[in-house]
Design a protein around this ligand. Sequence first.
Ligand code: ZN
Ligand code: ZN
Length: 323
Amino acid sequence: MSIQSLPFRVLLYYKYVTIEDPILECEKHRELCESLGLKGRILFAHEGINGTVSGTIEATDAYIKHMHSDLRFTDMWFKVDEEDQHVFRKLFVRPKKELVTFRLEKDVNPLEKTGTYLKPKEWRKMMDDPNAVIIDARTDYEWDLGHFEGAIRPPVDSFKDFPKWVRDNLAALKDKKVMTYCTGGIRCEKFSAFLLQEGFQDVYQLHGGIVTYGKDPEVKGDKFEGMCYVFDERVSVPVNHTEQAQLVSHCVICGTPTDWYVNCANFDCHRQHFQCPDCVERTQCSCSPACQESPRHEYKEPYAQKFMAYKRVPRRNQSAAEK
Ligand SMILES: [Zn+2]
Ligand SMILES: [Zn+2]
């Protein structure tokens, strides 16, 4: 399905592997990325690397080649999206305590124990198993934009709140087949390991996450409803390329189905909400009349122009991805 039509690429990747000196690694890595003109966010921790960057085809090719020549990252899996521009404004390379902030009292190591990996086709098949339950390993606002049919929505807006939510609410599922998924797979590595540690018997994770599922030529994102939230300027990317694809999110102003996830332009509100392009233009990106009239309303040119221009990008890519 990869037709090389767009000049930029977005890479999404992680690996759990021992990093001796995350701070030193960051310095070297920042230099490498700057020399290649890459933008994005890369984290190093003692437990590994987690990154997403955008750059030209040549730059991202060179980056992948460089990383694969490093013995620690030889088999690192890069998930690739094509784009027509950068999807980040800056480059951040930072040392962190954990790759995903989980803050368990007893940390889990996915290299020792983690849920069974399922390929997209295996995942799709297990979705029909009446004894299986699907738990979204992402946060509530990601679920709201799009999710697998029937997936449990975690009522949390931060990954560190997962352990308490699981202990308080999901004990009854310990004998079920538990399927977990996230954007690219990194959160499930730990989340499924945590579930096993908590006594869940039969735990599975979607290998490569939603983004891989959407690219599988056979399943074509089947039974994923809505769009996938991504942590870059695209905000959402399409997953389901079947006839049944539909949006599950609706404009808070007029009710039209929309995947436009925006922040209210009232600086004192800043509520993240769905609003269709027409209403964004009409209300100047306000979630209510009160917000539009607020003295701290900040939807001004050229921000507005840039915002509107940018948000049109994913639509063009949607048709490109379907070719
Ligand atoms: Zn609307
Ligand atoms: Zn508001």
